[in-house]
Ligand binder design. Structure first.
Ligand SMILES: [Zn+2]
Ligand SMILES: [Zn+2]
Length: 146
C-alpha cells in the first residue's frame, strides 16, 4: 500500500499570522513556580531542569524551548503538539483526531496557538493558526465557538 504524501503546512501564511499575533504584545515567558530560579524550568515530567539543558524547539515556524527534558523525548509521542507562539513552548498535547470541518490533528505534528493560559491569564479559547489557514483555504467561515 502506497503511503500518503505528508501534508505540508502553508508556512508562509502561517508565518504572517504568527508575526501579526506577535505584534499584539511582547511575548511573556511561561509561568513558572515562584520558588524556581529563572534559569531553571520545570519539565512536563515535573523534574526541574537547567533551562540551558532543555532541548531546542523548532516547529518550522516558531523557535523556542521544548518543555520536555532529554529523558522525556518519548513523552507525548504520537500526540499532536500545540505550541504557543507567544511563549514559544509547547502548551498542550492532543490525541490525533478530526476536528470541525475535517481539520485534522495529526500525530507528531506541531500546531500553533495565539495564546495560552500562561501569557493570557483570562484566556477562554485560544485560536489555532493552522485551523484558520485551513478554513481560509476551504472557504469556511471561521467560527471560534465551534
Ligand atoms: Zn522530563
Ligand atoms: Zn503562551
Amino acid at each position: 500500500m502506497a503511503e500518503e504524501p505528508p501534508i505540508t503546512p502553508d508556512y508562509d501564511a502561517l508565518a504572517q499570522m504568527v508575526q501579526a499575533y506577535g505584534e499584539m504584545g511582547p511575548p511573556k515567558p511561561p509561568a513558572t513556580p515562584l520558588d524556581l530560579l529563572p534559569s531553571t524550568v520545570m519539565c512536563a515530567c515535573n523534574k526541574v531542569v537547567e533551562a540551558t539543558d532543555m532541548p531546542a524547539l523548532d516547529t518550522g515556524v516558531v523557535r523556542g524551548m521544548d518543555n520536555r527534558c532529554e529523558g522525556c523525548e518519548n513523552l507525548n509521542k504520537g500526540m499532536a503538539t500545540l505550541v504557543c507562539v507567544r511563549c514559544k513552548t509547547p502548551v498542550m498535547w492532543l490525541e490525533p483526531h478530526e476536528a470541525s470541518a475535517g481539520f485534522l490533528f495529526e500525530a507528531d505534528k506541531f500546531y500553533h496557538t495565539d495564546g495560552c493560559p500562561g501569557c493570557k491569564p483570562n484566556l477562554e479559547k485560544s485560536t489555532i493558526l493552522e485551523q484558520i489557514v485551513f478554513y481560509r483555504k476551504h472557504d469556511i467561515p471561521y467560527d471560534p465557538e465551534s
